[in-house]
Design a protein around this ligand. Structure first.
Ligand code: OSB
Ligand code: MG
Length: 369
């Protein structure tokens, strides 16, 4: 049992150390919404993965702040809960908005795990003490720059290289990287930039031994992915299209793909992420933990989720120092030889750098029952 006495909201803007180009645009900074739930003399912290503009999926930071302030937090503040699932139940049966909902649910998991003195991963049923990670590389200026950045990250030991692609920049970088690195585990991510009309172009990727092609088609479409999968040998991996365990079941049953990218912040929290994992296991489909350029808070949650047994492919949770000069947590989250240690200690095992976060926050407010 734990009581949620107060909540704090922060919005922090962090400069990215690299220019991150995807099929939907260029990113040079990250706006990070953080939610802290307080109770039992402890704090649980979560990070939202929604963005300023609805580019990846439909949710936005402004929308999430509204829902947290006016809809979700009033339903949990001042109440006592048996577990995080009960917190999720208290949020009602509202439609969608799973990224906003996930902030409350994930902070509740962290808080609950801390009241029990147990690491979050163990509480979820995970057993690993380190998890395999790869890296997601943005679109580069040309083939030479692509091969060079792949070389650097392979040298750092990352277990899988993912290249962002878009129409007009797909076979070229893949061919260049494969000519230099014949044996690395290589994938591509299109972030919904293609349609079935691009089948011939996408089929050309079948020649490069990719582990999967991530989300080639529309963010809300499972049917066309199933049609494309019938036309391609390479497994498709669903990212944007899976907002719930039901989506995962439908996608795997339809044959929309053979692999699932699970983002805890996208599907509504840890309990739903675990249900996606369980559905995929039932279908014999491997899963891996995706990322949204999270700060240390979201990164720590991702690492704990990745300790579940079905996460058999390397995730996107690369070293925090790749992204940030200064992170929002005190701990360093650094992979070595492609292995990310699971932060030890209760909950996520990481602690918010309040001094830094308070100093740079664009928004900071507290809510009480
Ligand atoms: O599609 O996986 C994606 C980043 C932002 C939005 C969507 C995606 C990504 C990444 C980066 O691929 C993963 C990471 O390094 O966190
Ligand atoms: Mg993706």
């Amino acid at each position: 049992m734990f009581r949620i006495e107060a909540a704090e909201l922060f919005v922090v803007r962090l400069p990215l150390k690299f220019r991150f180009e995807t099929s939907f645009g260029v990113q040079t900074e990250k706006v990070v919404p953080l939610l802290i739930l307080k109770g039992e003399g402890l704090e649980g912290v979560a990070e939202g993965v929604m963005e300023l503009a609805p580019m990846y999926r439909e949710e936005t930071i402004a929308g999430a702040l509204h829902l947290l302030r006016d809809v979700f937090l009033p339903r949990v503040l001042g109440r006592t809960f048996a577990n995080p699932e009960a917190v999720n139940d208290a949020l009602g049966t509202f439609r969608g908005n799973r990224m906003a909902r996930a902030m409350v649910e994930m902070a509740a998991w962290d808080l609950w795990a801390r009241t029990l003195g147990v690491p979050l991963g163990s509480l979820l049923g995970g057993r690993k003490t380190e998890v395999e990670v790869g890296v997601s590389l943005g679109i580069q200026a040309d083939e030479a720059a692509t091969v060079e950045t792949v070389r650097q990250h392979v040298a750092q030991g990352y277990r899988r290289i993912k290249l962002k692609i878009k129409p007009g920049w797909d076979v070229q970088p893949v061919r260049a990287v494969r000519e230099t690195f014949a044996d690395i585990r290589l994938t591509v991510d299109a972030n919904s930039a293609y349609t079935l009309a691009d089948t011939v172009r996408l089929r050309a990727l079948d020649d490069y031994n990719l582990t999967y092609i991530e989300q080639p088609l529309a963010w809300d479409d499972l049917v066309d992915h199933a049609e494309l999968q019938r036309r391609l040998k390479t497994p498709l991996c669903l990212d944007e299209s899976v907002a719930s365990a039901q989506d995962a079941r439908k996608g795997l049953a339809l044959g929309s793909g053979g692999v699932v990218n699970i983002k805890v912040g996208r599907v509504g929290g840890h309990a739903e992420a675990r249900r996606v994992h369980d559905v995929a296991q039932a279908f014999g489909a491997p899963v891996w933990c995706g990322g949204m350029l999270e700060s240390g808070i979201g990164r720590a949650h991702n690492i704990h989720l990745s300790t579940l047994p079905g996460f058999t492919l390397p995730g996107d949770t690369s070293s925090a120092s790749r992204y940030w000069e200064t992170d929002v947590i005190h701990e360093a989250l650094e992979a070595e030889d492609g292995l990310m240690p699971v932060p030890a200690g209760p909950g996520t095992g990481v602690t918010l750098n309040r001094e830094f976060v308070t100093r740079v926050a664009e928004l900071h407010e507290e809510r009480r029952a």
